[in-house]
Structure formats: C-alpha cells, structure tokens
Design a protein around this ligand. Sequence first.
Ligand code: C5P
Length: 303
Amino acid sequence: MSAQPAAVTVRVPAKVNVQLAVGAARPDGFHDLANVFLAVSLHDEVTATAADTLTITCTGPDADQVPLDRTNLAARAAEILAARAGIEPAVHLHIAKNIPVAGGMAGGSADGAAALLACDALWGLNTPRAELLDICAELGSDVPFSLVGGAALGTGRGELLTPVEAGTFHWVFAVADGGLSTPAVFREFDRLAEGRRIPEPEASPALLAALASGDADALGAELANDLQAAALSLRPQLARTLAAGVEGGALAALVSGSGPTTAFLVADQESAEKVAAALEASGTCRATRIASSPAQGATVLLS
Ligand code: C5P
C-alpha cells in the first residue's frame, strides 16, 4: 500500500451519445448496443474523506434530486471496492453536482466511476485498471465509459469499450424539467418496436469518419439515437426544445441517451452562446449548459 491521503477529489465528465443503435431486448432484459460515446466538458467532482461510516452529501443546482442512500452509484462503488479489499467502506463521499440528474448524460454513472477512483486512492489500494473497469461494468452499463472518457464505441450492453478517434466539437445541452427513467425509456423502445424486426446494432462508418475528421457539419448529418422516438413518446414537449435549438442556429440536435436532456451540435463557441440564448428565450427548457468534446475520463485532482 502507498501512503494514504486525507482526502481525494476526482473530476469526472458527462457523456453524450453521437450514435446510439439499439438491438432487440435480450433474455436478461438488457439490449445490445452500438453506442458511440463522447465525453463532454461538463463535470461532477467527488471527494472521498475518511469517516466512521459510509455517508454521502451533495451540492449543486439539482442536489435535492440526488439520492443520498445506498442506491447512489457512488455508495455502491465504495461498497464493492471495500468488499473486494476486505475492508469497511468507512468513507464520506461529497458530490459537487453539475451534470443534469437522470438526464441521459450518465451523471449517476459518472459519480460511480469517480467514487471508485477516489476510494481506491484514499485507501491506497492501487487496484489494477482492468479490475476497476470490471467493477464499473458491475455498477452499470455506462460506468466504464465515465472512467475512460474521450471517445469510444461501446458494445454489448455498452460496457465493452473500444477507443475511437475524435476531433474537437462544441455542444449546447438543454436541461429539461424532471428526469426520465432509463428502464422506462427502454421499455417504451420495446413497445414501439413490437412486431418489427430489429437489426443488429452496428456503428456507422460514416459517423466514425465524421467524428475523426472534426467536421461538425459532417457529424451533424450522422447523429442518430434509436432511443429518441421512445423519449419523445414519453415526453412529447422535447420536440419543441429540439426545434428551438435548430431554429436558434444549431447544426443538429438529438436527445442525449435516454433523455430528457437534449444535445445541440454547434459550429463554435460563439455559436454555442447564441444557441444557448435562443433555447433559454424559447421557454422550452429549464437551463442550458455549454461544453466541448472530447473530455478526459475520471481524473484524480488532489490527494
Ligand atoms: O446498466 P444500467 O444499470 O445503467 O441500466 C439501467 C437499465 O437500463 C437496465 O436495467 C435496463 O432496463 C436498461 N438498459 C438496457 N440495455 C442496455 C443498458 C440499459 O435495456 N444496454
């Protein structure tokens, strides 16, 4: 074991899916995916400090919507890591929350990955990266990507990652009122798909080429989310948000993951500010956030 710090802070990015191809429901209830993840510069920070028992606190604009019990993925990460190491999960986890909650941007997954890395450093465990990734996959389908960041293709249920090349892109995100449950959106996908043959999910070569080229117009033409129809079916008013952003000058728009956050690809920072202003003026969202991609995965800041 290396020297143990008094506190460790980890910064972790949100994600947007530039392609989310969804296959038919598997016998285990999950869906096979071809999921092209991009980490974006919208971050939570998780600080781990030694404590008598496992506790969580949270600050930030949506802190009241964050569960502070053992259902929080940050708590589960600490418990799983401690159990593997044969120690007590005696840690206080503080989440400084900026990623929309239940918004389709992997905010809960991000906190799980960040807590795992923070506890690993706090407890001086030096757990091998491959083992950390296994724990992430146990925590949830999007958690491995939160650890890795950058740009990656996720297959299986999204947890099997292959890095992909990505240029720089600029984004505006429109935060909706309230969250959407990911299982409910997948159930709606299944309902809408009833009686149709669902093809095997595959990454689009044109999308991967556009991503690598850094050409925002090309990427805008290829953005695709198979969960979008399901999210819109559960939350029809999101169509107005998507339209408002495009009218405001976005190159393209889509629902982020299972929603209800909507993502707007824009040409540059100046355009981002205009689109964010147009979205706020439209009254079709609760707040906006400007970010760029790709962003680094979970990173230890202080120890
Ligand atoms: O893996 P995670 O716990 O984040 O998944 C939450 C829920 O989302 C699953 O219980 C399942 O209903 C749905 N899901 C799915 N297929 C995936 C990922 C998630 O059906 N590939």
